[in-house]
Write a protein of this length. Sequence first.
Length: 310
Amino acid sequence: MKKFASILLTIVLCLSMMPFGAAQAAEKTYEFVFIVKSMQFSFMLSMIDGAEAAAALVDNIHIVCEGPETPYSVSEQIELVEQAITNGVDAIMITPADSTGIIPAIEAANAAGIPIATPNTKAYGGDVLCWVGVDNYTVGYELGKALCDALGGKGNVVLIEGTAGNSTSTERVDGYLDAFAEYPDIVLLDSQPADFNREKGMTVMENFLQRYDDIDGVASVNKDMTMGAIEAVKDADRQDEMIQVTFDVDNDCLDAIDAGEILITGAQEEKSQIANCIYACLLACNGYKVAPEQYIPMTLVTKENTSLYR
């Protein structure tokens, strides 16, 4: 009995010196991957910052953030998804460069039994765990109304689109067009894509300026293209002729609003979008049901509230 008691005491002492829970199975570490559209797009880099910060709040999530070498390459995004599947990750988050083109990657993740979520940009097929973002149609509609009202309901406008086939661009453009249609004296002169790219936005605006002598308003689906458009307008010395509206926020955009170069933009809280996707995937990995669509409220940003976003 003395020998048994001695052995029992030794076991108890050893267990008491082990970290809490170590006597049980070790807590699982979840391997997540977040694939963005472009590693050169400031908005996507902000989403990556949000992803890393959100994952750090949970001890058992390890996240890898990556994107295509060629900005907005859906074929490279598909390759990254395939590699994540091969690596046996627990969940995949992706902002599709092409909402239709990404479907094979979604279906491959489905076949592997890996939950896949799409923050910011929707996929048009496959079994997506959840999408988190703003109502992009409403984004375009509200910005379009703001532009038309600022013009007094009359004038010539041009529209700079994002990437063809991308849900965020398509839905914002639809919103803009419906807003313009409500004003009989608003004339849409032209609408061209610039792939969410600053340099392309500048080129598209240069073409508009050469083609049209009278432009009263410039609408864009994101601020990178707008910043390029502003450069083109300044180079042509026509900045006093037109009003610019756009979407998304960074310091350059806020400076342009304060300088009167942009009338209004919208904030979509991109860090919250990816954070909610990460936590939705974690819940799904543990058997919980999550909402297939989660909307983040948009805030309109003007001179009156730019200080809140600095």
